[in-house]
Design a protein around this ligand. Structure first.
Ligand SMILES: [Zn+2]
Length: 178
């Protein structure tokens, strides 16, 4: 009986391996050498290490968190866009920035729903929701549901994951000279 069970286990294992191999052989490599290949955005960690400062690398590639009240954008009240420090993806508009008192730049919503994605993070013995750049996968920070109106969300973002670009306060605001 025990032997039969072992035999069955072996059979199911080899079946699984065979199907896994099948799967991998089905993934055909597409050789798309286009001019604007989005895959070129996805650099490996060695490339990022050369391109980013040690702190930017530690935050965006290793998921670390800068010390509270240390980030360069915490008290930035200029109007403009906070882009991803790795790929330049527009992430947060200054209009949605607020002072949460947490010690990190905080926003009540991303520029677009598609700007960022959320993942469950269980790293420090608690369940948090990690926020990553939807374009390049850079770790940005965490999102909590204790934010202000209108969304009630608090995107707690590391300055080291952001690159601020000055811009006009309202897209509709114009200097008209008629
Ligand atoms: Zn990015």
């Amino acid at each position: 009986m025990k032997q039969l069970l072992l035999h069955f286990t072996f059979l199911s294992m080899s079946f699984c391996m065979a199907s896994c191999q099948n799967n991998s052989s089905q993934t055909t490599q597409k050789d798309t050498s286009m001019k604007n290949d989005p895959a070129s955005e996805k650099k490996n960690n060695e490339d990022w290490k050369k391109k980013l400062t040690p702190e930017q690398y530690s935050i965006t590639c290793e998921g670390s968190t800068e010390s509270p009240f240390s980030g360069k954008y915490l008290n930035n009240h200029a109007t403009g866009m906070y882009n991803c420090v790795r790929c330049g993806n527009p992430l947060f508009n200054s209009e949605t920035k607020f002072d949460s008192g947490s010690g990190w730049p905080s926003f009540y919503k991303p520029e677009k729903d598609s700007s960022v994605t959320s993942k469950t993070d269980r790293t420090i013995g608690m369940i948090r929701t990690e926020v990553v750049c939807n374009k390049c996968g850079a770790h940005l920070g965490h999102v909590f549901d204790d934010g202000p109106k209108p969304t009630g969300m608090r995107y707690c973002i590391n300055s080291g994951a952001l690159d601020f670009e000055n811009g006009p306060p309202q897209p509709s605001q114009r200097e008209g000279a008629e």
